[in-house]
Design a protein around this ligand. Structure first.
Ligand SMILES: Nc1ncnc2c1ncn2[C@@H]1O[C@H](COP(=O)(O)OP(=O)(O)OP(=O)(O)O)[C@@H](O)[C@H]1O
Length: 611
């Protein structure tokens, strides 16, 4: 099936009745001008030859009625077209973003070419209804061109041939222009994405603090304007080329029409043509030229929509980003453990190795802690366990089953996680916790229990609308009284507790992953949360990542990662006894808590402050 028919199918399914009505209207609209031109010709000739009054009145009424049809049809057409746009756009976006949701991994969202394609696909989805408009404009223009050509041919077959021949260059020039415009849109897509990025920075509260403190406003604005200027320069070049070539086409059409007019007036002067013929000739020439230009424009627009639709199709029909096994297996409930076997990983062929032959066992019912310096690959292991990426080499086995052989949804349903870069959704507090397990959305008791366990309950209950309070100031919520209420902002640590509550909601999962779960918490809260997490982890399989080694010392097994390689592992006491990397890190941190250089009393502090 061709791109065109697939696109037409998509649109037809979204609004068949509107399309049928629009088609009827288009045909009526197309015939109007031809019918009016013929009636005008007859009326003029009847007038000159003093024909019967009844005929003249009939013709005048006919012209008035068709004139009304002609005036009304664009209005009705406009409504139908807008409705079609809305319906087709809705369906196309649904299909597009359902396809985006089917990418199981996250690598695609890091590829600039994919992001550009997605932008173009979104543009195509938004304007998909216009395909009908362009198609019907083609139909309408063809009908009008044929009608007027017939009228013109009656007066002068050779002039008809001249007019037709003159439209051929226009056709090819317009098609070429459309191809150039579409490829220009593709070329400036990265520029536009960067422009949006800067605009986003300048307009969001997250970036506002640094921008103001560091005085980055003008710098970022200038960078944004640079992108706008680069985009504009490309568009300007395109517009100028288009203007130049279209001016040439208009001059050609003017020459043809002008020449024809001289000829027809001379012929009428010699008595070879009637006054009605002159009127018909003028209307037909203008009609043919206008509708031929409309036809070429509509074909060009159609061509552009099909080119854009290819990006839409490319996203909708993209190959899965993660390998799909020939035969899917069921994921057994975890009994023995999860094993990373000689796992090598890099984010792409252009990136360096992040994991280099990792062998790691997460025994069922035990807590394994992963420690290491920044960038050593800890979160990357988490991402592989969640199957956001597949290992470049090696495998991960869940009770012996390769996790690539089971449906991704099944795997993820068995996991609970708090990511280092967890999401703060601009939703209500309830929704922010419920996203941890959507069936809990209407189960307030479950949500409150999870919030209590994460130490978030007191904060959330004290909000103006309790758990229904919107956790953002970017939107307002609707109170029961109908009054709009301002949302509230949480602190970093309070957000961390909300994210933890999501994990508590998934307490029954086979594997719980906690990547820096207490990074933003105060000392007391950290202690409290880790006590709760210990309860959550008890008897469960969990992977805990933390730079604060005091919080992981009770883990069943501690693994030290350095530059993508496991360099030591054991219990806290074993690792301390080894006196190597872990012991060094632990001692360093412990020294930070020792009070050797601390002022010993308030008076000593005051002395030190003065000196
Ligand atoms: N999406 C990505 N694309 C390319 N490289 C990445 C990506 N994510 C991480 N990296 C690189 O992989 C390496 C390991 O990153 P990772 O986030 O796993 O480290 P980490 O041990 O969790 O660090 P931290 O303690 O700072 O959280 C880093 O060098 C980082 O630059």
């Amino acid at each position: 099936m061709s791109t065109a028919s697939r696109m037409a199918g998509l649109i037809w399914r979204s609004a068949p009745l509107h399309i049928a009505l629009y088609l009827a209207l288009t045909v009526a609209g197309a015939l109007t001008s031809v019918i009016v031109a013929w009636m005008t010709r007859s009326a003029l000739d009847q007038l000159v030859s003093r024909g019967p009054l009844g005929v003249l009145v009939g013709l005048a009424s006919g012209i008035a009625v068709w004139g009304m049809v002609g005036a009304l049809s664009p209005r009705l057409g406009q409504y139908l077209r807008a409705e079609l746009d809305r319906r087709a756009g809705l369906r196309a976006k649904d299909t597009l973003y359902a396809a985006v949701g089917r990418f199981d991994g996250i690598g695609r969202f890091e590829e600039p070419a994919f992001l550009d394609r997605l932008r173009m696909a979104d543009m195509s989805a938004t304007s998909s209804g216009q395909l009908v408009d362009s198609t019907f404009r083609v139909v309408q223009s063809v009908l009008t061109v044929v009608g007027f050509l017939g009228s013109l041919a009656v007066i002068s077959p050779w002039f008809t041939a001249v007019v037709l021949t003159a439209t051929v260059p226009a056709f090819f020039v317009e098609l070429r222009l459309v191809r150039q415009r579409t490829s220009m849109m593709w070329n400036i897509s990265p520029i536009q994405r960067r422009e949006l990025f800067y605009a986003g920075l300048l307009g969001t509260v997250q970036a506002a603090k640094e921008i103001r403190l560091l005085g980055l406003g003008a710098f970022l604005r200038e960078r944004m304007l640079d992108e706008v200027r680069r985009g504009n320069a490309t568009r300007r070049r395109m517009d100028r080329g288009e203007l130049l070539r279209q001016s040439g086409l208009i001059a050609l059409a003017g020459l043809v029409a002008g020449g024809g007019l001289v000829w027809v007036i001379m012929s009428a002067g010699r008595g070879a043509l009637s006054v009605g013929d002159v009127s018909m000739f003028v209307a037909a020439t203008a009609g043919v030229q206008a509708s031929a230009a409309g036809l070429v424009g509509a074909i060009a627009q159609l061509h552009q929509q099909l080119l854009l639709f290819r990006h839409y199709e490319a996203v909708v029909t993209a190959e899965p980003d993660l390998r799909i096994p020939a035969q899917l297996r069921e994921l057994p409930a975890l009994r023995r453990g999860i094993e990373l076997h000689d796992v090598w990983f890099r984010y792409s062929d252009e990136h360096p190795w992040v994991l280099r032959g990792v062998n790691l066992f997460l025994p069922h019912g035990a807590t394994v802690a992963l420690v290491g310096r920044n960038g050593d690959g800890k979160s990357t292991i988490v991402k592989l366990l969640c199957r956001f990426y597949d290992p470049t080499r090696g495998d991960i086995r869940w009770d012996g089953v390769d996790i690539r052989d089971v449906p991704v949804d099944q795997l993820r349903a068995r996991l609970g996680a708090v990511f280092q870069d967890f999401m703060a959704y601009e939703f209500s507090a309830t929704d922010n916790i419920a996203v941890g397990d959507l069936p809990a959305l209407n189960d307030h008791d479950r949500i409150e229990l999870a919030a209590r366990e994460a130490g978030a309950h007191d904060t959330l209950a004290a909000l103006p609308r309790g758990y229904d309070t919107l956790l953002t100031r970017a939107f307002r919520s609707q109170a029961e009284s109908g009054e709009a209420q301002a949302g509230m902002a949480l602190s970093g640590g309070q957000w961390q507790r909300v994210a933890l509550a999501r994990a508590f909601l998934r307490r029954d999962r086979d594997l719980v992953i906690l990547d820096e779960p207490s990074a933003g918490l105060d000392a007391e809260a950290e202690h409290e949360v880790h006590t709760r997490l210990r309860e959550l982890r008890a008897g469960r399989t969990s992977l805990l990542i933390s730079h604060r080694l005091g919080t992981i010392r009770d883990a069943d097994h501690i693994v030290v990662l350095a530059d993508g390689v496991i360099v030591e592992q054991g219990t806290h006491h074993e690792l301390i006894a080894m006196g190597d990397a872990y012991a060094r890190m632990f001692t360093l941190q412990a020294a930070g808590y020792a009070d050797t250089n601390e002022p010993s009393s308030a008076s000593e502090y005051a002395t030190k402050s003065r000196s």
